[in-house]
Ligand binder design. Structure first.
Ligand SMILES: C[S@@+](CC[C@H](N)C(=O)[O-])C[C@H]1O[C@@H](n2cnc3c(N)ncnc32)[C@H](O)[C@@H]1O
Length: 259
């Protein structure tokens, strides 16, 4: 079995590594889970139900894992960060979190019926990871990639993005079509794209934490980080209590075409 940290197979990008090595409790507290309509659509499209064996790759603290497990899926979490895995084990009942990366998945060939990746595919080496995901899927198995993104069409979110300098640090633009990557791999069938909207309600502390939990903020020099978070807090205080955070969820599902 390949391991996560300290493994020669661990070729995570520097920000994807350092940005998630700590602060997992803040991540767990402030980041939204996935909207029930998106999870239901994912399960229906990818044939996930009671007893389906699902790999949650880059599972983090297990936000999506626990939603699928609640519907009866048999979930395996793979996650390179020990800090994230520690929270996962506390928060997800009946599923294990194994150390490993998307580029060297520590599972046998054809081990799972579905692979889900929430909020993380942009950290992977996409070509290597797609081959690995295809390898661990049974013939006809399903892949689902999804992201919760703050809805920048909303004025307050657009302003938050500007104040928190997300516009200069985002690893991908909001609404990016990751389905193109899946199609280009030639490993999966036509991509089914769907989008869902929801609102998360946050107290001021959580509002600041959802910015603090972002990897580009976690790696800032301390004085710069504090100054940025103070600006975010000042802005958040103008948005009401609780603060509405409009999000969109982009979901991409595709079936393995190779055997
Ligand atoms: C934004 S978090 C998403 C966590 C979880 N899936 C969720 O929905 O909350 C991104 C996760 O990707 C993990 N990660 C980064 N690079 C990775 C890689 N190359 N392989 C597997 N996981 C990786 C990080 O450790 C982190 O836990």
């Amino acid at each position: 079995m390949a391991s996560g940290e300290d493994s020669p197979a661990d070729n995570r990008s520097p920000l994807g590594r350092v940005g998630f090595e700590s602060g997992s409790d803040i991540y767990e507290r402030a980041r939204p889970s996935y909207p029930p309509a998106a999870v239901a659509h994912l399960e229906a499209t990818c044939a996930i139900g009671p007893g389906t064996v699902v790999l949650d790759l880059a599972a983090g603290t297990g936000k999506l894992t626990r939603q699928l497990a609640a519907d009866g899926a048999v979930c395996i979490g793979i996650e390179p960060s020990a800090s994230m895995r520690e929270v996962f084990q506390r928060m997800v009942e009946g599923a294990v979190a194994i150390a490993g990366t998307a580029e060297a998945i520590p599972l046998a060939d054809r081990a799972v019926q579905a692979v889900v990746v929430a909020q993380a595919f942009h950290w992977f080496d996409p070509q290597v990871a797609l081959v690995e995901m295809a390898r661990v899927l049974v013939p006809g198995g399903w892949l689902a990639l999804l992201w919760n993104e703050r809805d920048e069409a909303d004025h307050s979110m657009a302003e938050l993005v500007r104040i928190s300098k997300w516009d200069h640090n985002q690893p991908y633009p909001m609404g990016h079509d990751f389905g193109v990557r899946i199609d280009e791999s030639g490993l999966f069938g036509p991509v089914e794209r769907s989008r869902f909207s929801f609102v998360q309600w946050l107290g001021l502390g959580e509002f600041v934490d959802q910015v603090a939990s972002r990897s580009y903020v976690r790696v800032l020099p301390e004085a710069e980080r504090q100054a940025l978070l103070e600006q975010v807090a000042t802005y958040g205080a103008t948005l009401g209590d609780p603060i509405p955070m409009p999000y969109v969820t982009d979901l991409f599902c595709a079936q393995l075409t190779t055997s």
